[in-house]
Design a protein around this ligand. Sequence first.
Ligand code: TEU
Ligand code: CA
Length: 563
Amino acid sequence: QRAATWWQDEIIYEIYPRSFNDSNGDGIGDLPGITEKLDYLKDLGITMVWLAPIYRSPMVDMGYDIADYQAIDPVFGTMEDMEELLQAAHDRGLKVIMDLVLNHTSDQHPWFQEALRNPSSPYRDYYIFKPEQAGQAPTNWRSIFGGSTWTNVPNEPGLDYFHTFTSAQPDLNWENPALRQELYRIINWWLEKGISGFRLDAITHLKKDQDWANLPADGSDGLASVTKKGLNRPGLGAFLQELKEATFAHYDAVTIGEAAGVRPEQLAEFVGPDGYFSMIFDFSYLNIDVADANRWTRPRNWSIAELANTIFASQQSIQAAQGVFANVLENHDQNRALTKFIANPAERTPAAAKALATLSVCLPGVPVLYQGQELGMQNFQRDRIADFNDVSSLNNYQQLLQDGETPTTALEIVNWRSRDNARVPFPWDGSPFRGFSTGTPWLKPATGQTGVDVQTEQVDLASVLCYYQRLLRWHHSSESRAFLRTSQFEPLTQTGATIIGYRRRSTERSIVILVNLSNQAVQLQKAVQGRLILDNLNNDSGAESLQITTLTPQQSLIIEETI
Ligand code: TEU
Ligand code: CA
């Protein structure tokens, strides 16, 4: 059994600051807006806030393009506002972690600007510059958001710089020790300010294969995904180990790696007791609707059994590695869980949102919620491409048209996948601007989700919000916290095709989680005997012993088994 660490008992909530709460009426959420709402978060039952990037940025990728790692962007406020937020959070017993983008900066960062201005500047070697080959880009790699990974350096014909994401996000050259030391200095500066740790953005992209070799094309654009040469490549571990030793380890900081591409047999190396990070996100089942990793398409068909098996396989590999997962249903890059996991629009009900909550929160690992998930928000349909903001939505729309899709189909696909589904203003109430701002919000609020807002749900015991409160309170209670941290995970296979079930077990206790994601009542193949802890369809959970033989449509149960 691995030793207990403080961060294993946290319940984390991701805030997308731009869309959470606007304190000054400019239509953009900000830090004082977050400070105003800390009591809401405390009441929800979370213990730690993760702030998506708030650094100075031209916002081409909404803050994931950093122009100054040590300054707050003016739209979010000032460094004083940040210090006040930290103080107010700590006063309430809440911790704060920040988002750390180490793979790239903004093209407006002074390092990059200096590298462009002066070819003999040491900052040239902070980034990756390569000559074109007979008018061709140095390699045929496709960036994550579409198009080549190479962009011509202004005023230097024949010379390109490398970017895994948009051309406004030049990649840092991690091969350069001076750059690495500079980043460590910045990280430690933030840790000294009292933040509790970081979520590490795109962290498995740091290492690029140094052969800079072309690949066989994997798309109609003649390019091949950069992930084949720049994701979880040999040599990455040496960077991550050095990073940990130079920074986080000195502060007992919590780290959550956004670590796409980590294979099950690498989990011990990444998140075992001596891993590079405290935990990484388990994204395995968030992409269950994705038909093609290289381009946007309509959702693929999948079954509840497939979802169950994906979750089970993930949990079994993390358990074997003695590692810890950050469990997520949503984040700022994803479509909404209720839309994704419930295929039939008529079944996207509060009950279904609560059943998904049960499924995710009771898994071994640390729950990470995303703003609006606790309200049961859904995707929001837009009928014009102009209503989208996200750079990947706009790029993918153009790519779909180029690939011959009709505008209607392209829009349908973008509506499904768009990251803007998660980025709409947070609904504090049902008014036109959702109580998010007194001014016009930067992004159109979601419509057609009447009653999905804090004001309505706070006073309705049957709401998704009140269920999350009960679930998180139970999770964090002294009765269950240590048990959920230490107990084993066992998939239940004798349930029925549309029930996802698992058991958490120690030598003294056993808790069974049963989740029926379908609209049919389902008979259990084997009855469960025990005390009901939580029923998503019924607010007053009884203490009496029950014999559970059937789950009603969209029901989820947490049962303390009689053993
Ligand atoms: O996303 C990273 C990201 O897009 C990759 O993890 C990608 O999904 C994967 O490597 C493909 O295999 C993060 C942020 O969450 C996102 O908002 C930013 O746009 C992006 O990094 C760039 O900073
Ligand atoms: Ca504002």
